[in-house]
Write a protein that binds this ligand. Structure first.
Ligand SMILES: *Cc1c(COP(=O)(O)O)cnc(C)c1O
Length: 431
């Protein structure tokens, strides 16, 4: 098929995610013929560096030979089976590895990030109920993002995605996220948390946070001290602590999991995105024996967690996840990433001279440049995206925040190309 033909046939019937489809009257949708490493190749012979890891999922490149092989091998064994009453080798091994990496005890699987958040929320509420306490509220941070299903949206706070559905949201409580990256900022936000817990702690099942970086919330970053203080306060009020590591897990912030930087032990960890190296939909909620035991009893006490998804524990996806963890075990991924993040930080220095740049921030392999002085009607994110594409780089800014979250296999030359394209597109932006 040709480029043109694919574009037309796509737009005839397909409704794309997070897209005003009318934009495609003027902006072409790009059919991709193949992907390899950090590159996406189109039908016209152009290639684009996937500088945001295809929405933050890809870790070790597209069409990674090792992950490909492991998936092919798995297909010869079992592709998928019902996960009630049966189990399989890939998921047993994967669960042991995840529990060992996090010091958690139990794993409940789903097939996407939002579903993992729903599982953690329901499980937290149900935990208290099984112990004779009804705690109808969840607590989350302002500017947070936890997915798009109704429950996940209700604990989220990115207005653009949530506001439309306000009337049908379950009611949740929000406390302010630390306003900046300083420790003082963190401690200031803790005061408000303490106030809310004092007042309503007994009505709250769980607090859910994105540790260190609120990715969809315009890459807002905060100090780890907030997490350690929040966890301590939640414990005091019997409020379970959920870390949503769906975006920041698997090394993005410099440690395997972001919450490690706060030295805490959460009650729930939600993982997805990088879990399969960006190959297949899979998610998991890791929790403790303490939570598990509240559900464990004779059937007729009706305390079981009766939640399921058709593709729970998909064997092919688990094989991709095990292959991804193999790569972490064999290669010095986090150490190599440290060199790359340092390099990115240095290369971002010249951006400070640009009059439209108001902030530059980075944590591990996530770097963000915030631009100021533009009206929303200018759609500068889209302008930058279009300019960068012409220079062979794919980025997708969030409002006025341009960010990089590249696959870990990106090399220094490719980093240069990405940053060059960013510099060109930001410095030539029209007000
Ligand atoms: C992407 C994301 C989700 C939702 O995951 P999906 O697989 O897109 O449903 C939840 N939480 C965070 C922090 C995310 O970045």
């Amino acid at each position: 098929m040709t480029n043109q033909e694919l574009m037309q046939r796509d737009l005839a019937h397909i409704w794309h995610p997070c897209t005003q489809m009318k934009d495609h009257e003027t902006i072409p949708i790009i059919p991709i013929k193949r992907a390899k490493g950090v590159y996406l190749y189109d039908y016209d012979g152009n290639r684009y560096i996937d500088a945001i890891s295809s929405w933050w999922v890809n870790l070790f490149g597209h069409s990674n030979p090792y992950i490909n092989r492991k998936i092919r091998e798995q297909l010869e064994q079992v592709e998928h089976l019902i996960f009630a009453g049966f189990t399989h080798e890939q998921i047993v091994v994967l669960t042991e590895r995840l529990c060992s990496l996090t010091s958690m005890d139990k794993a409940f699987y789903a097939d996407n990030g939002s579903s993992a958040v729903e599982v953690a929320l329901k499980m937290a509420f149900h935990y208290h109920k099984n112990r004779g306490e009804v705690r109808p509220y969840f607590l989350s941070l302002t500017n947070s993002y936890h997915g798009e299903t109704l429950g996940a949206l209700a604990v989220g706070d990115v207005e653009l995605y949530k506001e439309t559905y306000r009337e049908i949201m379950i009611e949740t409580l929000q406390v302010p996220v630390p306003k900046d990256r300083s420790e003082e900022g963190a401690l200031e936000a803790v005061q408000e948390l303490e106030r809310v817990l004092e007042e309503r702690g007994e009505e709250i099942s769980a607090m859910i946070v994105e540790p260190l970086v609120q990715c969809a919330g315009y890459m807002h970053m905060y100090h780890p001290r907030y997490l350690s203080e929040a966890k301590r306060l939640c414990e005091e009020y019997g409020v379970l602590f959920i870390v949503d590591e769906i975006a920041v897990g698997f090394g993005r912030t410099g440690t395997m999991f972001a919450y490690e930087q706060a030295g805490i032990k959460p009650d729930f960890i939600c993982l997805s995105k990088g879990l399969t190296g960006g190959y297949l939909p899979l998610s998991v909620v890791l929790t403790t024996d303490e939570v598990y035991r509240a559900f464990y009893c004779d059937y007729l006490e009706f305390k079981a967690f009766l939640h399921s998804h058709s593709y729970t524990g998909n064997a092919t996806a688990c094989a991709a996840a095990n292959a991804t963890l193999d790569i972490f075990e064999r290669e010095n991924v986090l150490e190599e990433n440290r060199k790359k993040s340092r390099y990115i930080w240095e290369r971002l220095e010249p951006f400070r001279e640009l009059p439209n740049v108001t902030d530059i921030r980075q944590r591990g392999m996530i770097a963000a440049i915030e631009l100021g002085g533009y009206d929303i009607s200018k759609r500068i994110g889209l302008q930058i995206n279009q300019k960068a594409l012409k220079m062979g780089v794919f980025i997708r800014p969030l409002g006025n925040v341009v960010y990089l979250m590249p696959p870990y296999i990106i090399n220094f030359e490719e980093i240069d190309q990405v940053i060059g394209a960013l510099f060109d597109s930001i410095s030539t932006l029209k007000a």
